[in-house]
Design a protein around this ligand. Sequence first.
Ligand SMILES: [Zn+2]
Length: 101
Amino acid sequence: MKLMQEISTTVKKRRRKENMWITKIVELTDKLKKLEEASLKKELELRVCAKLIQVLHVTGIVWECSNCHRTFTLYNPQQEAYNYCPVCGAKFKEYIYLEDD
Ligand SMILES: [Zn+2]
């Protein structure tokens, strides 16, 4: 009987320890997730902002990224949520149409 009690106590202690570790792992995973989110947010905020400018090209009207100066053939980038330059990654803050200037 005494042996059974000892075994039971040992098992309970071990379970408590395991639960403690599981709690710690969950807490650390949460912290890591928050850190990753914060760093991603910072990265997005630090992203270069550019203008997408409509220009007249020999092939017709194209859009030019004010950061890397690459041109793209697009129909309506603002409406199509074309928010970032696919070449340099700059965020388009402004869309300037030919007839605007
Ligand atoms: Zn660009």
